[in-house]
Write a protein that binds this ligand. Structure first.
Ligand code: 13P
Ligand code: SF4
Length: 304
C-alpha cells in the first residue's frame, strides 16, 4: 500500500467510526495530514476538550493522551503507539515531589504539562511552553516550585522577575543536547538566518536566539516573518513542516541531534492499526486521579 492509499483508508475508517485524530506538531507529515487538529501541547489540550467525537486518537506521547482523558473522561482515548512516552514526564514521580513539597511548604507547585497524570494530582497549576510565562505572571502567589524542566523554569524566572522560582534538575534530553557552540556554528553557516528556539533548550542557547517560543509560536513566527532564512532550534520535524508550509523560505535544523525518538515512534501504520481496532492502547485512569489531576489543568485553561 502507498502512503496515500493508507491515508485514504484511515480517513474512511475515521469517518465511519466518528473518531477525532489529534497530532502533536512533532509528528511526521503523513500523520499531520490526516489529523483533525495539529498543534502544540496547549492547543491540543484545549482542542481535546471541545472535540465533539466520542473517541479521540492521540498521535504524540503518553502524557498528551492522559491530558485528553483527564479533560474528557467520558471519551474513549487511544494512544496510537503505546511505547511513545516522554522521558521528561517520567523523571519525577509523586513520592519525590511530595518530599520536596515538605521542604517548601509555602510554595505553589507549577507543573509543566509534560508530567504524568499521577504527578499532576499533587500539583496546583499546569503550564505549557506557550502559556508558562503568562500564567506564572498572573498567579497571585510569589513562591513557586516549578517542575520538572529547569531550562523552561529558568526562562520563566527571567521573564517574571518578581516571582521566586525554585527549580529542580529535570528537562528534555533532546532539547538539552543543543549547545551554544551549535548555535554559533549554525550562524556561521547561515549568517542571514534568524535563530528560533524552544524554551526547553539550555539558557546559553536561549541567550543567542532571536526568538524563543513553543512549537506553534516558532511556526507562526517563521510563517509571518518577512525574513526568508531560519535556524530552527526544536525537534527536527518543525523545520520539515515549515519547509512545506513556506517553500520559498529556507529552514535549517539547529542540530541534527534534535530528533525525539518517542515522537518519531508513531508511524502511519500505527495510526491505521489503532483506528481499526488492532493496535494502540486505550488510556485508563481511575476517577480519583482524573478528579485531582483535572484541577491543575482546568486552572491552566482558566488562566491561559
Ligand atoms: P510544546 O508543544 O508545548 O511546544 O512542547 C514541546 C514538547 O516537547 C512536547 O513534548
Ligand atoms: Fe519529551 Fe522532549 Fe520528546 Fe517532547 S521532545 S516528547 S519533551 S523528550
Amino acid at each position: 500500500m502507498t502512503i496515500v492509499e493508507l491515508q485514504k483508508e484511515i480517513l474512511k475508517i475515521k469517518k465511519e467510526k466518528d473518531i477525532c485524530i489529534l497530532a502533536h506538531s512533532y509528528q511526521a507529515k503523513e500523520i499531520t495530514e490526516i489529523a483533525d487538529f495539529t498543534g502544540d501541547s496547549y492547543n491540543l489540550s484545549v482542542q481535546a476538550k471541545s472535540a465533539p467525537q466520542s473517541t479521540v486518537l492521540m498521535c504524540g506521547v503518553r502524557f498528551m493522551a492522559e491530558t485528553v482523558k483527564i479533560l474528557s473522561p467520558q471519551k474513549t482515548v487511544l494512544l496510537a503507539n503505546p511505547s511513545a512516552g516522554c522521558p521528561m514526564a517520567e523523571q519525577m514521580d509523586k513520592e519525590l515531589i511530595e518530599g520536596v513539597k515538605q521542604q517548601y511548604p509555602d510554595h505553589t507547585v507549577v507543573a509543566y504539562i509534560n508530567t504524568t497524570a499521577e504527578l499532576k494530582t499533587i500539583c496546583d497549576v499546569c503550564v505549557t511552553s506557550s502559556s508558562a510565562v503568562n500564567i506564572i505572571r498572573k498567579l497571585p502567589e510569589k513562591n513557586i516550585l516549578f517542575i520538572p524542566d529547569c531550562n523552561l523554569g529558568d526562562y520563566v524566572a527571567k521573564q517574571a522577575p518578581d516571582k521566586n522560582l525554585k527549580l529542580l534538575q529535570g528537562g528534555c534530553p533532546i532539547h538539552a543536547r543543543v549547545s551554544a557552540a551549535d548555535v554559533q556554528r549554525a550562524k556561521r553557516r547561515h549568517p542571514n538566518a534568524e535563530v528560533l528556539v524552544h524554551p526547553e533548550c539550555m539558557p546559553e542557547v536561549l541567550a543567542l536566539a532571536d526568538f524563543i517560543g513553543s512549537t506553534s509560536a516558532i511556526q507562526e513566527y517563521a510563517r509571518t516573518s518577512e525574513k526568508t532564512e531560519f535556524i530552527i532550534g526544536t525537534e527536527i520535524s518543525i523545520a520539515h513542516h515549515l519547509s512545506y508550509d513556506c517553500p520559498k523560505k529556507r529552514f535549517f535544523p539547529l542540530s541534527k541531534n534534535l530528533i525525539c525518538p518517542n515522537m518519531k515512534a508513531t508511524s502511519l501504520v500505527d495510526v491505521f492499526r489503532a483506528i481499526s481496532g488492532s493496535g494502540g492502547e486505550e488510556i485508563q485512569l481511575d476517577d480519583e486521579t482524573i478528579r485531582k489531576a483535572r484541577r491543575c489543568i482546568d486552572r491552566m485553561i482558566e488562566l491561559g
